[in-house]
Design a protein around this ligand. Structure first.
Ligand code: PGA
Ligand code: ZN
Length: 424
């Protein structure tokens, strides 16, 4: 029986924010049938691969993806029919060639990624392998530390907190299962603490709470309290990771930031770095993503020079999972890790290349979901296959987030004694 592609079909579905996204169905000649769904970001980097939207204001406010779906059905499906799903590189190269643009704007990275992931999944199923086994081989046994985003701000919530993500990182736990428990318990304790103070316990896009706090620091302090009240030691059992998503603070010219949600007001790059240095001294912060904006390459390098020896400095919007930008970052010592989002670059092969480039240069790779998600769990398998040791996929609420954590529980269980769990 052959693993050649028999059919590919696209469908417009809705993501966790109720916005349209692409789902792809793939069937192989051997009868394998799978589907894959594409996520979507809100605080996106300027140089991300293009998410093709219809722009027709009469449907979903212009956010429809019927053109991307049509590209799957009319352009990609006939071109890939008969290709071997196990030849991932050939498939991805064909997709890139069919598109022909630098940022995948002709077919849409949403159309392309849906098909690329579908090929990986179909090939795995066809070989009777789990996706992480198929992609990562026998080496794939490292389950990532779940960086759980328990408090949301910035573009992901309607509150008075500037920093987009406050993550609880159970790096001191013995296993993934226990780590997940540590941070899920912290999430529940945090809810109680917020409630006791008369603060809102409604959640943001990634399932973390989105209360109106007096300051960003109050967010860190209440999380530390939640860690302690759950019976864990901050900095030993559970540390904190932050994502400023600082591109969303930028006003006007480079090197000026406006902490507008909290009302803290304007800050220069140097002031942002000073603030970070103070916090890293004061709080158990282990990782800081996008502390500065995507165009502030010099500021990023300065931040990394000051803090890169102590914490993981991750570039998201600045690198957009693109080896071209990660290479520049490695040369200029811009950070010491790259965020990894499949839909920022648009194919599985290119995402694997981005992770490998990080490893070859002693950088870490931090795998991430998007703020608009589906219940597709490809990300969990991908992370184990790549052995990145950490991932972020939201909070202990919202099923599209828990789907990935639950898949990791399954993988850890399946691996048994072979499963490894460690931070670095
Ligand atoms: P996004 O946010 O998916 O809205 O881009 C996630 C992030 O900034 O890491
Ligand atoms: Zn980010």
């Amino acid at each position: 029986m052959s693993s050649n592609i028999k059919s590919i079909k696209g469908l417009e579905i809705l993501d966790s924010r109720g916005n349209p996204t692409v789902r792809v169905f793939m069937e192989l000649e051997d009868g394998t049938k799978i589907k894959s769904s594409v996520p979507s970001g809100a605080s996106t980097g300027e140089y991300e691969a293009c998410e093709l939207r219809d722009g027709d204001k009469s449907r979903y406010g212009g956010k429809g993806v019927l053109r991307a779906v049509e590209n799957v059905n009319k352009v990609i499906a006939p071109a890939l029919k008969g290709m071997d799903a196990t030849k991932q590189l050939e498939i991805d190269e064909r997709l890139i060639e069919l598109d022909g643009t630098e940022n995948k704007e002709k077919l849409g990275a949403n159309a392309i990624l849906g098909v690329s992931m579908a090929a990986t999944k179909a090939a795995a199923v066809s070989h009777n392998l789990e996706i992480y086994e198929y992609l990562g081989g026998v080496e794939a046994c490292r389950i990532p530390v779940p960086c759980m985003n328990i408090l949301n701000g910035g573009e992901h919530a309607d509150n008075s907190v500037d920093i987009q993500e406050f993550m609880a990182v159970p790096y001191g736990a013995p296993t993934f299962k226990e780590g997940l428990r540590y941070v899920a318990e912290t999430f529940h304790t945090l809810k109680k603490l917020l409630k006791d103070r008369g603060l809102a316990t409604s959640v943001g896009d990634e399932g973390g709470f989105a209360p109106n706090l007096k300051s960003n620091e109050e967010a860190i302090e209440i999380i530390i309290e939640a860690i302690e009240k759950s019976g864990y030691k901050p900095g030993i059992d559970i540390s904190i990771a932050l994502d400023n998503a600082a591109t969303s603070f930028v006003i006007g010219k480079k090197g000026k930031y406006d902490l507008k949600w909290s009302g803290l007001g304007e800050k220069t790059t140097d002031e942002m770095i000073e603030m970070a240095k103070e916090w890293v001294k004061k709080y158990p912060i282990i990782l800081w993503e996008d502390p500065l904006a995507e165009e502030d390459w010099d500021g990023f390098a300065k931040f990394t020079k000051e803090l890169g020896g102590k914490i993981e400095v991750v570039g998201d919007d600045i690198f957009v999972t693109n080896t071209k930008f990660i290479k520049k970052g490695i040369k200029e010592k811009t950070a010491n890790a790259s965020l990894i989002k499949l839909n920022q670059i648009g194919t599985v092969s290119e995402t694997v290349d981005a992770v490998k480039l990080c490893y070859e240069n002693n950088w870490r790779a931090f795998v991430s979901h998007r703020s608009g998600e589906t219940c597709d769990t490809f990300l969990a398998d991908f992370t184990v296959a790549m052995g990145t040791g950490h991932l972020k996929t939201g909070s202990a609420s919202r099923s599209e987030r828990l789907a990935k954590y639950n898949r990791l529980l399954e993988i850890e269980d399946k691996l048994g004694d072979k499963a490894k769990y460690y931070w670095k």
